[in-house]
Design a protein around this ligand. Structure first.
Ligand code: SAM
Ligand code: FES
Length: 348
């Protein structure tokens, strides 16, 4: 299998059949080899610099009912909250002082935040922090809405495609949602000039090797600036409450393949990865990831943005998370930098 990993590094592309072989005929040895190669590519492109994003989870109301998600609309046990514009600006101020130069506004699909409110919020943040990048992660919207946010100053958009296979998509979502619409949103976001992030959960229920092959091929074709992948973790109040989590080994291997396939991609070592293993994020970085996304949300609401059971860092102040991550990154020879951390097209 090493020859396929070498080929992926060299040509940044594989056929469906080659991806299928890589994914089925893995061994401990080839996994480690892929991760080492990916670690080298990360260093070639981004040096020892790790980018940091301040994640502000500003609403857990959602009109959608994704079967895996702890804040889905049918979860009557979720205590719902919304942050005001003022609350959000306080998070930004704290984040700025801690050296964050990217803020990520993430939330459920919450109709309370009309385009008018969102545009005013985006303008407000960009006016106070013109040197910061603003990322949105607020789900599927119309082209007009995406355009309005972009014109207001939003720089990036995260919208995981979740799975590139329509049949698999239907097993994870109710009938009113469609994977095709989601993938179309991603194409629109790219067209509008957002740095765009797609991605999927590792080990989501019913995921097959063929689904993963489709995921890799879809990501190659979309050529996103960011890819978010992390293990699926069950939430007790969802239809998937008794499902197994995605594994550390699979997540690290897929992170490595993504770094080799899309060498410049902005690739986070996610909180979910840190949740399934105490050193998950460090191992993620050593397998090709170059971004961490600590939480900037007020501690009072953290436990309410529970997408899955056992989520880490829900009791810590932003500053604690920031310094904890700095220490963790330094321990593996990396350094968190005060930088917008834009997509890089030129190798150093
Ligand atoms: N509403 C926005 C959207 O749909 O993109 C952003 C919020 S949504 C909660 C962010 C991501 O969380 C999803 O794209 C999904 O991949 C991930 N997620 C949801 N439930 C999860 C679970 N049980 N385990 C791991 N990741 C999960
Ligand atoms: Fe909407 Fe999870 S179902 S954010």
């Amino acid at each position: 299998m090493k020859h396929l990993i070498d080929k992926l590094r060299r040509e940044q592309d594989l056929s469906a059949e080659e991806f299928r072989m890589l994914l089925t005929e893995r061994s401990k040895e080839t996994d480690l080899y892929a991760r080492e190669q990916a670690d080298q590519v990360r260093q070639q492109v981004y040096g020892n610099e790790i980018y940091v994003r301040g994640l502000i989870e500003f609403t857990n109301y959602c009109k959608n009912d994704c079967y895996y998600c702890g804040i889905r609309r049918s979860n009557r046990n979720a205590q719902r909250y919304r942050l005001t514009e003022e609350d959000i600006l306080v998070c930004c101020r704290e984040g700025y002082e801690l050296g964050f130069r990217t803020f990520v506004l993430q939330g459920g699909e919450d109709g309370y935040y009309t385009d008018e409110k969102l545009v005013s919020l985006i303008r407000g943040i960009k006016e106070i922090y013109p040197d910061c990048a603003l990322t949105l992660s607020i789900g599927e919207k119309s082209e007009e809405s995406y355009r309005a946010y972009r014109e207001a100053g939003a720089d990036r958009y995260l919208l995981r495609h979740e799975t590139a296979c329509e049949e698999h998509y239907r097993k994870l979502h109710p009938a009113e949602m469609s994977g095709e619409n989601r993938r179309n949103c991603l194409r629109i976001l790219k067209k509008l000039g957002y740095q765009t992030g797609a991605g999927f959960m590792v080990g989501s229920p019913f995921q097959t090797v063929d689904d993963l092959v489709e995921d890799f091929l879809f990501l190659k074709e979309l050529d996103p600036e960011m890819v978010g992948i992390g293990p699926f973790i069950a939430h007790q109040d969802t239809p998937f409450h008794d499902r197994e989590s995605g594994t550390l080994e699979d997540t690290l291997f897929y992170l490595a393949l993504l770094r080799l396939m899309l060498p410049n991609v902005l690739l986070p070592a996610t909180t979910a990865l840190g949740t399934i293993h105490p050193k998950g994020r460090e191992l993620g970085v050593r397998s090709g990831a170059n971004v961490v996304m600590p939480n900037l949300s007020p501690v009072s609401v953290r436990k309410k943005y529970m997408l899955y059971d056992g989520k880490i860092c829900t009791g810590d102040e932003a500053a604690e998370c920031r310094y904890c991550l700095s220490r963790r990154m330094e321990a593996i020879g990396c350094q968190i930098v005060t930088d917008r951390g834009d997509y890089r097209t030129v190798h150093r």
